[in-house]
Design a binder for this molecule. Sequence first.
Ligand code: GLV
Ligand code: MN
Length: 221
Amino acid sequence: MIALTSSPLNMLGCFIILLLLPYHSLSADPDPLQDFCVADLNATVSLNGFPCKPVAEVTSDDFFFDGLSKEGNTDNPFGFAVAQGNVLSFPGLNTLGISMNRVDLAPRGINAPHSHPRATESIVVIKGKVLVGFVSTSNVYFYKVLTVGQMFVIPRGLVHFQYNVGHSKASLLTAFNSQLPGAVIVSRTLFASNPPIPNQILTKTFQVDDDVINSIKSKFA
Ligand code: GLV
Ligand code: MN
């Protein structure tokens, strides 16, 4: 805690801390300290991010990623496909604090409720008509139906989803202020963790019987 006294030096210190606070609380990943640092994903040292590949070995290909250009296969029970352009698939993003995904949805397809612990997400629809929504920590549901070119933002860490409400396929691009936003998928987290969360916890949490929990677990097995 900062002790507030009327000494001019202390007041100057408090003022500087207050000025700097937004820079810490608004940023996601830390700022880079060099032009680029293409990730060496095979490095044996472990640190926050990835070590850089030697500059002499960096080529234009390190700054190119073709993984979002093709429609994904939505032939699954969720009618959903995601292609992730994060530091793991696109090492050139290392230390740059950004990444992008492509989401494809069959008619009535869903990108199930999930959250990103390390990033705010912005969404732009590039095909179709999509209901996007998130729930705030006050349990308020915010949502919008988006058509091509329209954008919605999901504040960092909040649970959100996308659902194709159109009659044809839908696609969206999502952008993050993190090279590796992480994804906590609510259903998988609760019903398909490894090892599993005991039924006792889930029956009590959802106020249902074992067979309901077993039935849900079997869908994610
Ligand atoms: C969409 O919500 C995504 O995480 O790509
Ligand atoms: Mn998301």
